[in-house]
Design a protein around this ligand. Structure first.
Ligand SMILES: O=P(O)(O)OC[C@H]1O[C@H](O[C@H]2O[C@H](CO)[C@@H](O)[C@H](O)[C@H]2O)[C@H](O)[C@@H](O)[C@@H]1O
Length: 376
C-alpha cells in the first residue's frame, strides 16, 4: 500500500499520541472519497493503515512497509521539532516518563550503592550513545574526550562495546584496545587486544554464532546495492554478519519505495529477518541471538554467569538495545540506561539525554572507582 495521497499532520513522538489530522484524496483507505479532512485518534489511524497494508500483503507473511515507514517518520527531525510546541498533555507525558525513567546522573548514588563490594561490568552501545547520530554513517566519529573517557572506563571496569556495526568499523572509530567488542548485534565477539587490559582472554575471537551466514550476507549486500542505486541517498552498509539499509539521507517520499525493495529482496532469503533502527532497516540471520544474548555471553566469559556480585550497566539508545535491557530485568541485576531526549517505551531503568550526558556519567563512575580503590 502507498499512503502518498494521505497527508498527515500533528505527529508526535511515541507518548504524545493524541490525534492525527488526515487530508484524504484518492486514498486507498477511502476509495471514491473527495478531498477532505478527518481527525483520528493516532493509534486508530495507524491501525487503519496497517489493516490496508495487511490486506495488500495477505498472500505473504512479509513485514509491513507502512508501519516501518511510519515509525521511522516518528523519529524524524520535523516530527521531533513539532514536539517543541508542547501541549499541556505532552509536558505531562514527559514529566511522568522522567519520573518512571529518571536520569542516571540523578540516580548515580543508587548505582554506586548497588555496586558496593561488587564488580561493575560496563556495556556500551556505539551510535547515538558514544557518538551523536549524524547523516553519514561513515562519519559517526567519537570525540577525543569521549575516547579518553571510554579508555578510562575500560581500565577500571571490564568493558564491552555492543553494536550493530562490524567490529572493524567500530574499532576504527573507538580505537581503544582494552575492551571487548561485540559487533553485528553481538554475533561477532572479540576480546581485548592489549596485554595490559583489565581482562585477558586467550583467544581474540570469542564467538561467531552466525558464521555460516557470511556468504549470504555478502550476496544480499551486493543485490541491495544494485537495486537501490537509483534512489538518491540510499546506502547499504555491510556489518559483516548483518547489514543496514540507511534511509536518513533519502527523501521521505522515497522511503516506501526503498522499504519495498528491501522487503522484495528478502522474500528469497527466509533465513534472514528484518529489524528497524533509527532511520535504518537492518537485515540479520534468524538465529536466536541478539545484544541481550551477547551480554549474557560476556558475563559468562568473565566468570559472572550465576554471580550475585556483579552489577552490569548497559547504556544504549536503540530498539536493539532493548534486548539487553530485558536481559538485565530478567537477571534482576544491574541497570539499563536508555539514551533518549524524548519519551520512549523501554525496558531500561534510567535515562540519559545524549552522548554528552553519557560521557558525564562515565566520568563520574571512573572518579567514584578511583576514590573507592583509594579507600580500600
Ligand atoms: O548498535 P548501534 O551501535 O547503535 O548501531 C546501530 C546502527 O547504527 C548506525 O546507524 C545509525 O547511526 C548513523 C550515524 O550516526 C546514522 O546515520 C543512522 O541513521 C543510524 O541508524 C550504523 O550505521 C548502522 O549500521 C547500525 O546498525
Amino acid at each position: 500500500m502507498t499512503n502518498q495521497n494521505v497527508i498527515v499532520s500533528d505527529r508526535k513522538p511515541i507518548l504524545g499520541l493524541q490525534t492525527i489530522t488526515v487530508s484524504v484524496s484518492n486514498s486507498p483507505l477511502f476509495s471514491n472519497s473527495f478531498p477532505t479532512y478527518f481527525t483520528f485518534p493516532r493509534r486508530k489511524f495507524l491501525k487503519l493503515l496497517e489493516a490496508a497494508d495487511n490486506n495488500k500483503n495477505k498472500n505473504n507473511n512479509a513485514p509491513k512497509i507502512t508501519s516501518w515507514v511510519e515509525s521511522m517518520r516518528d523519529s524524524s527531525p520535523t516530527r521531533l521539532r513539532s514536539s517543541s510546541h508542547d501541549s499541556v498533555s505532552d509536558n505531562a507525558d514527559k514529566t511522568s516518563w522522567i519520573v518512571r525513567f529518571p536520569s542516571a546522573l540523578n540516580m548515580f548514588d543508587e548505582v554506586v550503592n548497588a555496586a558496593k563490594g561488587k564488580q561493575i561490568v560496563m556495556f556500551l552501545d556505539y551510535d547515538g550513545t558514544l557518538s551523536p547520530i549524524v547523516e553519514d554513517p561513515d562519519k559517526a566519529f567519537i570525540t577525543h574526550e569521549m575516547r579518553d573517557v571510554v579508555k578510562d572506563v575500560a581500565l577500571n571496569f571490564p568493558t564491552a562495546i555492543v553494536t550493530g556495526r562490524s567490529i572493524d568499523k567500530v574499532r576504527s572509530f573507538v580505537k581503544v584496545n582494552e575492551i571487548y567488542y561485540a559487533g553485528s548485534h553481538g554475533m561477532d565477539i572479540e576480546g581485548p587486544t592489549n596485554e595490559n587490559s583489565y581482562c585477558q582472554s586467550k583467544e581474540r575471537v570469542l564467538f561467531q554464532p552466525a558464521r555460516e551466514f557470511l556468504p549470504m550476507i555478502e550476496k544480499v549486500v551486493k543485490i541491495l546495492e544494485e537495486k537501490t542505486k537509483w534512489i538518491p541517498g540510499a546506502m547499504v552498509e555491510n556489518n559483516k554478519f548483518c547489514l543496514s539499509v540507511h534511509f536518513r539521507r533519502v527523501d521521505e517520499k522515497r522511503w516506501a519505495a526503498l522499504a519495498e525493495i528491501v522487503k522484495s529482496v528478502l522474500i528469497d532469503y527466509p533465513k534472514l529477518k528484518l529489524t528497524q533502527g533509527r532511520k535504518v532497516l537492518e537485515i540479520r540471520p534468524t538465529i536466536k541471538w541478539d545484544k541481550g544474548q551477547a551480554l549474557n555471553f560476556l558475563l559468562k566469559s568473565l566468570g559472572y554467569e550465576n554471580s550475585k556480585n556483579v552489577v552490569p550497566v548497559y547504556i544504549g539508545d536503540d530498539r536493539t538495545d532493548e534486548d539487553a535491557f530485558k536481559v538485565l530485568r530478567e537477571r534482576e541485576q544491574g541497570f539499563g540506561v536508555l539514551v533518549s531526549k524524548i519519551p520512549k517505551d523501554t525496558n531500561a531503568s534510567y535515562s540519559l539525554k545524549d552522548p554528552s550526558q553519557v560521557k558525564e556519567f562515565l566520568k563520574r563512575l571512573v572518579e567514584w572507582k578511583k576514590k573507592t580503590v583509594g579507600e580500600e
